[in-house]
Design a binder for this molecule. Structure first.
Ligand code: SAH
Ligand code: SF4
Ligand code: F3S
Length: 472
């Protein structure tokens, strides 16, 4: 009997996973799909036809957990309808809300079968088996001593041309406003051997670009290949040796861990793309201290200067918070000044959101909602101007584009610029996975139009498959 005969495998079941929050959640969702595949679960696009639904949640701001409960309300109806029809839908809540509010979830939504925190994904098969045997819900939100990465299988579902790879989890920095140290636990770095093995596997599956992920990715300090501890610059050098791995990125970094060796790596490693997301949160020293960020605004300015010296075409991106407790008008102005001084190609800005259990939530002076709104708008207007100016400055520039697939319109390709901008231009989708030379012809607020250089880049001059079909 052929053990690979699909008829002999576990019966096909459908799995729907929805992710909110950061890229680490996107990565984790992929790993959950991998760990459930041997149980016969194959991905599906909608919850309606799913035998199991996983909501991979984010706890970073208040609205994030509200979204979970409204989604659960909708799924409850679906689950009940399935049960009335004699079938079953396992409903699981994973991610950071599960970690932070596991007991509240089962109290508010007792129809949820499974609640599991980010460190427990390797236990999913065992938990699904427990659920299939029993009634009632299973909660798993410990921080187990053994690391989940040792127990997760190699990924089976290819991520495509641009892939994520988590190299570090957790955070020991305890910024005043942030839940991550409580939901993801303390810092853990995977070994260089494990990271390199996974990177080679991703490249074998077709990845040309890998983004290394971690809540504090530049604090990575993993076991080196022949013992000792490596830092991120050393790991990047080694990753750059992997044939066909054309592009490397890493996110998210903290200014405190942006040391000279890592800055120098941006000048030394051509595969390291000239774009860095380096959140600063505020431009006021007083606020940076209140936030427990552990550095002053001038350190950020110095890092930006050094990065631009090491890699003159580097573009910077950041996160900002408007209206952290205690923030005065002068603090806000200091942030606008820092933004004006640095010049960002991209930025994310958020209104401060009080998170229960964090030190900022119980601070005496909270900023009024209307004031937070105004400061956020001012910040966003300036950041938007800078983003537009950066995109416009790309017009006429030659750049390499990584083709990630077909564009929205016929005869178009979609891709990424070195500065992470989404790009589209005329070309054949058979270029997917290739790096093509292009000239930027137009800039939109969030993307670029390009003209691909060279005849070969434009693909075969013949008709596109859709035109051929229409002509037939
Ligand atoms: N590790 C990263 C950030 C992770 S959270 C870092 O240290 O910068 C992503 C972003 O969400 C943060 O950079 C911050 O700008 C924002 N954020 C986190 N907690 C928040 C809160 N309570 N209110 C508003 N924004 C918040
Ligand atoms: Fe949160 Fe600060 Fe850690 Fe970033 S460094 S994850 S903002 S506690
Ligand atoms: Fe959200 Fe957790 Fe990521 S709180 S931002 S999903 S680490």
């Amino acid at each position: 009997m052929n053990p690979d005969n699909p008829d002999r495998r576990a019966p096909q079941k459908r799995l729907f996973i929805r992710s909110w929050g950061c890229q680490m959640n996107v990565y984790d969702s992929g790993r959950m799909a991998d760990v459930l595949a041997p149980l016969g679960y194959a991905p599906t696009e909608t919850p309606e036809d799913a035998d199991m639904v996983v909501l991979n949640t984010c706890h970073i701001r208040e609205k994030a957990s509200e979204k979970l409960f409204s989604e659960l309300g909708r799924l409850r109806v679906l689950k009940q309808a399935k049960e009335q029809g004699g079938s079953r839908m396992i409903l699981a809540v994973a991610g950071c809300v599960a970690q932070a509010e596991g007991a509240e979830i089962t109290a508010r939504a007792p129809y949820v079968d499974l609640v599991l925190g980010p460190q427990s994904y390797h236990r999913l098969p065992e938990m699904v088996a427990r659920i299939s045997r029993a009634t009632g819900s299973v909660i798993e939100t410990d921080f187990p001593a053994e690391q989940k990465f040792d127990f997760l299988p190699d990924s089976t579902t290819p991520q495509g041309v641009s892939a994520f790879l988590t190299i570090q989890e957790g955070c020991d920095k305890f910024c005043s406003f942030c839940v991550v140290p409580y939901t993801r636990g303390s810092e853990f770095s995977r070994s260089a051997a494990a990271v390199l093995k996974e990177a080679r596997h991703l490249v074998a599956q077709g990845a040309r670009e890998i983004t290394l992920l971690g809540q504090n990715v530049n604090a990575w300090h993993g076991e080196g290949l022949s013992g000792g501890t490596w830092t991120l610059d050393r790991l990047l050098l080694e990753l750059a040796e992997i044939p066909n791995l054309a592009r490397l990125r890493y996110t998210t970094s903290h200014p405190r861990d942006m040391d000279d060796a890592l800055i120098a790596a941006h000048g030394r490693i051509p595969q390291l793309m000239p774009f860095l997301h380096l959140p600063v949160q505020s431009g006021s020293d007083r606020m940076l201290a209140a936030m427990n960020r552990g550095h002053k605004a001038d350190l950020y300015r110095q890092i930006a200067d050094k990065l631009r010296t090491a890699r003159p075409d580097i573009a910077l991106s950041s996160d900002f918070i408007a209206g952290h407790p205690g923030e005065s008008e002068a603090d806000h102005q200091a942030t606008l000044k820092l933004i004006a001084d640095i010049g960002f190609a991209l930025a994310y800005s958020f209104k401060y959101s009080s998170r229960p259990g964090t030190p900022a939530a119980s601070a005496a002076v909270q900023v009024a909602e209307a004031e937070k709104d105004r400061r956020l708008q001012e910040m966003q207007a300036l950041l938007r101007e800078q983003q537009d100016a950066f995109n416009r400055s790309c017009i006429g520039r030659r750049c390499d584009v990584l083709v990630t697939g077909a564009g929205r319109h016929e005869g178009q390709i979609a891709g990424r610029s070195p500065w992470l901008q989404p790009v589209h231009g005329l070309g054949s989708p058979h270029l997917t996975g290739q790096i093509v030379s292009a000239t930027v012809t137009a800039a939109m607020p969030n993307s670029l139009s390009v003209r691909l250089e060279g005849n070969e880049a434009l693909g075969p001059p013949s008709q596109t498959p859709r035109q051929e079909k229409a002509a037939a």
